[in-house]
Design a protein around this ligand. Structure first.
Ligand code: NAP
Length: 288
């Protein structure tokens, strides 16, 4: 990457941030389109969020992605947050327009496109979501525009209940809430078409753990794991063996990045280039 005086800067803020594949993905896209942009990963601990955001305006940074633990707190430092991100209370993309900061959330559309891209029709389906954190909230809001029903299972049931309350305010679908236990999974998966893991269970380095025991996965179920490091999690490995349709987290990563890329540059994102850059980086890390 060659940097010039006029190179426009984008980046991702989070803590930890070393694992982020967004720099590899966006820099590959800038190179492909010959754009004089560069994307950096900024390690921003909780207490540094405010000065970091002030720095975006001060330094004229074009745009940011926001990841753990800032997706919720960042809202208070933005000038405008779009309707969907306000409703779900989390922002993953910031755009600097002449010194005013706009926030939106592309995780939901990223997940929906990942499902569609893999041939899954969500309309009218019974969905089950594991997790009630930032990613889960975004996915729940987007999917609930299309699915027939949604069951949210979370370790902390009260958090799932709070997400369900927000959903019911805006959507007219059946939403159930349960604690994430084996018994509840067993009961719920018998009445589920699409299961989504939106917890970090199975993420590197804890690659041998899974949120669902293999025997509980009925064949015919679609299993979407938004964890992408490793690409094939233990959950997806087990689900394949049980005859389920499986979708990994790479397509979501690419499709949540693509709208951000367009907002910052005004250009359509080169999806395939981004996907290949992510896969290459993951191959370097995991060797498969
Ligand atoms: P988050 O806001 O911290 O939420 C984490 C959720 O997982 C919470 O509901 C938490 O439950 C649950 N959880 C965490 N550890 C658990 C454990 N050991 N057992 C049971 N439940 C557990 O995180 P997030 O931003 O939603 O991200 C979740 C995962 O999605 C991460 O692995 C992240 O890398 C991945 N992700 C992928 C993409 C993509 O593009 N593919 C995009 C965003 C995120 P409690 O409420 O009980 O704490």
């Amino acid at each position: 990457m060659t940097l010039h005086l006029r190179t426009r800067l984008c980046g991702v803020i989070g803590d930890p941030i070393e694992h982020s594949l967004s720099p590899v993905m966006h820099n590959a896209a800038f190179r492909e389109l010959g754009l004089d942009y560069a994307y950096f990963a900024f390690h921003v601990p909780k207490e540094s969020l405010k000065p970091a955001i002030l720095g975006v305006v001060g330094l004229g940074i074009v745009g940011l992605n926001v990841t753990i633990p800032h997706k919720l707190q960042v809202l208070r430092y933005l000038d405008h947050v779009d309707e969907e991100a306000s409703r779900l209370g989390a922002v993953n993309t910031v755009i600097n327009r002449d010194g005013r900061l706009y926030g939106c959330n592309t995780d939901g559309i990223g997940a929906l496109r990942a499902l569609e891209q893999n041939g899954v029709t969500v309309k009218g389906k019974r969905s089950t979501l594991m997790g009630a954190g930032g990613a889960s909230r975004a996915i729940a809001f987007k999917l609930s525009e299309h699915v027939r029903s949604m069951t949210i299972l979370n370790r902390t049931k009260s958090r799932a209940a709070s997400l369900a309350r927000s959903l019911r305010r805006y959507r007219n679908i059946e939403v159930k809430v349960k604690e994430l236990t084996e018994e509840n999974l067993s009961e719920t998966l018998r009445e589920t078409d699409i299961l989504i893991n939106a917890t970090p269970i199975g993420m590197w380095p804890n690659v041998d753990v899974t949120p669902v025991r293999k025997e509980l996965l009925p064949s015919g179920l679609t299993v979407f794991d938004i964890v992408y490091n490793p690409i094939q999690t233990r959950l997806l490995h087990d689900a394949s063996k049980r005859g389920c349709r499986v979708i990994d987290g790479v397509d979501m990563l690419v499709h949540q990045g693509a709208p951000a890329f367009k907002l910052w540059t005004g250009r359509e994102a080169p999806i395939e280039v981004m996907r290949k850059a992510v896969l290459r980086a993951l191959k370097r890390k995991f060797g498969s």
